[in-house]
Design a protein around this ligand. Structure first.
Ligand code: GSH
Length: 209
């Protein structure tokens, strides 16, 4: 199996942290997004959506989308379980992970891609060059502020995002909070539950991934 990564990018970081938590190392190829390596025809054969991460299996199957990559890795390397063990936990983890992706991760991407000069004409990832809409950058930032509030409230009564155990939802939320930091959006001093959790996430060895 081979992992197509791009070290500075947040989406493949979700998979890197997932792998680090499972103490799995895969042969890895760095895809130079800045140089447009993902827009070349060879890469389109691996992933028609032209994004990283991608997992290439030994039989040639390719799996893109961070969540789908993690789903596959969980089946192959079940321990420690990061997608839950029992029906209820699996559903709650999937619920929180999905909300963190939609309300947090995609809001951060919306804010960054619609405001960064180097991303002009690249407001959405993938093969189509969409123009930036500055109002979406502002909306993304305000969605992120709300996301921080939601996380802080949740973490007031739960050790981890989806419940009493660490899961993929923590990975998605953690990558998102650090991604928001690129735009100088950080938790407020009075969001003490979010700050407590963030410190715990940063102390995990996987945070270096
Ligand atoms: N929904 C996809 C998003 C992947 C994505 O947007 N990856 C970015 C890097 S963080 C990318 O490949 N961007 C290519 C581009 O900007 O065209 C996933 O979860 O894997």
């Amino acid at each position: 199996m081979k992992f197509y990564d791009c070290k500075p990018a947040p989406s493949p970081r979700r998979v890197r942290i997932f792998l680090a938590e499972k103490e799995v190392t895969l042969p890895t190829e760095q895809v130079d997004l800045k140089a447009g390596a993902h827009l070349r025809p060879e890469f389109a054969k691996l992933n028609p959506w032209r994004t990283v991460p991608v997992l290439e299996l030994d039989d040639g199957t390719t799996i893109s989308e961070a969540g789908a990559c993690c789903r596959y890795l969980e089946e192959i390397y079940p321990e420690p379980a990061l997608l839950g063990r029992e029906a209820k936990d699996k559903a709650l983890i999937a619920m929180w992970d999905h909300r963190c992706e939609i309300d947090g991760f995609l809001a951060a991407a919306e804010a960054l891609r619609n405001s960064t000069p180097g991303m002009k004409g690249r407001a959405l990832p993938g093969p189509v060059g969409y123009e930036q809409i500055p109002a979406l950058a502002e909306r993304g930032k305000s969605r992120l502020r709300h996301f921080f509030e939601v996380l802080n409230e949740r973490l007031a009564s739960s050790e981890y995002i989806a419940g009493p155990t660490y899961s993929i939802a923590d990975i998605t939320a953690f990558v998102t909070v650090e991604f928001a930091g690129w735009m100088k959006l950080v938790p407020a001093e009075n969001q003490m539950h979010l700050l407590r959790w963030l410190e715990a996430m940063r102390e995990r060895p996987s945070s270096a991934a």
